[in-house]
Design a protein around this ligand. Structure first.
Ligand code: KG4
Ligand code: ZN
Length: 336
């Protein structure tokens, strides 16, 4: 059987990434050039700095991805690229590079939604069985997505305000941690106790939506009030209490969605899916309440932004009739 190789390009935020993926489930190469150190001193991603880095890195990453995979453009059957959501200037760099590559080598251009890409990181672990539920938790998004087949996405719940990752990063900032701080807070959370008891927003409401801005404000106010009174805070307990609140809400609503929609699999995706507390909470919850649902947890390095996940998604998208032409543009606010 002929193998189908896709060159995938991702540049929606602060990682420039190019991958070669075989048949949607094998990574031949996955080059990720992170810009995090350049943004750290600003405490967040600076869009213009991101675009400039992408321009410098993108072709180097393409070359490296082909070399590592030991393939030439002639071996490829398509070029996939993230066209949204994300930072417009950052997206345009990847799109321009992918277009040029597809034009030069006469390859079909496959436009990919970044969030769909995150879900498909799980394809490297196990084949999807439908219907499935995906919990998408990243720096910009918090969504529950129901899929009844490949390429079909129904957002059944989402955050009303901040994304989960955004809350982690803002809490990290008041604790004086470098950006992005999700991973560090996760580590700290395993060393403290839930002594602050923050509220669990929207836990009892009969929907699948989330809200994290109230929790974020509670944590920030706790720190500021302590400072004003000249009292010490307990940073490890603060991390534990914050994470306990985030995890309880995410786990409870996700399990409820899995039950109501009778899914076969639960996929976790996005940067926050790397969270140990969340993984443990979902594992335990499913084991106790819905052992028939299997949990697919992508390896940590595939939870953050990378092009391999874009290549996996593109394998299925490329089977659709409608691909992109040379007019493809960035869609910064793309939704499912
Ligand atoms: O998916 P991603 O790499 O980029 C976006 O598309 O947003 O997600 C990045 C987010 C950041 O907010 C980061 O703090 C968070 O994921 N993150 C974590 C963990 N690792 C990364 N949050 C909680 N626990 C972690 N272990
Ligand atoms: Zn992402």
């Amino acid at each position: 059987k002929e193998r189908r190789l896709i060159l995938a390009v991702e540049s929606s935020c602060d990682e420039t990434s190019v991958a070669v993926v075989e048949d949607g489930n094998q990574i031949l190469s996955n080059i990720v050039a992170s810009q995090i150190p350049s943004h750290q001193r600003f405490g967040g991603v600076v869009p213009e700095v991101a675009s400039r880095h992408h321009v410098e890195q993108i072709t180097l990453c393409m070359k490296e991805a082909l070399t590592q995979a030991e393939v030439t453009p002639a071996d490829l059957s398509g070029v996939a690229v993230t066209y949204g959501p994300g930072l417009v200037g950052a997206l345009l760099v990847g799109i321009s590079a992918a277009k040029a590559f597809s034009f030069a080598h006469d390859l079909p251009l496959i436009p990919i939604n970044h969030m769909a890409g995150h879900i498909y990181a799980a394809q490297f672990v196990e084949d999807f069985q439908f219907p499935l539920m995906a919990l998408l938790v990243s720096g910009g998004h918090t969504e529950l997505v129901y899929m009844k087949e490949h390429g079909s996405y129904e957002v059944i719940g989402e955050t009303r305000d901040d994304a989960a990752g955004e809350a982690y990063d803002k809490v990290g900032r008041v604790l004086g941690l470098p950006y992005p701080s999700g991973k560090k807070i996760d580590e700290m959370a395993h060393e403290g106790e839930d002594t602050y008891h923050f509220p669990r927003a929207m836990l009892k409401e009969d929907n699948y939506d989330f809200s994290f801005s109230g929790l974020k404000s509670s944590v920030i106010n706790t720190v500021h009030n302590a400072e004003q009174r000249g009292e010490e805070i307990r940073p490890f307990d603060l991390a534990t209490s914050f994470q306990a609140s985030v995890v309880e809400v995410l786990v409870t609503k996700t399990l409820r969605a899995c039950k109501d929609y009778q899914v076969k699999q639960l996929v976790i995706a996005g940067g926050v899916a790397a969270n140990k507390g969340l993984r443990q909470g979902l594992e335990l919850g499913l084991k106790e309440q819905q052992p028939e649902v299997s949990l697919i947890q992508p390896p940590l390095k595939l939870c953050g932004d990378n092009a391999a996940m874009i290549g996996a998604c593109a394998f299925y998208e490329s089977q659709k009739e409608q691909l992109a032409d040379m007019y493809l543009n960035a869609e910064p606010s793309l939704i499912f």
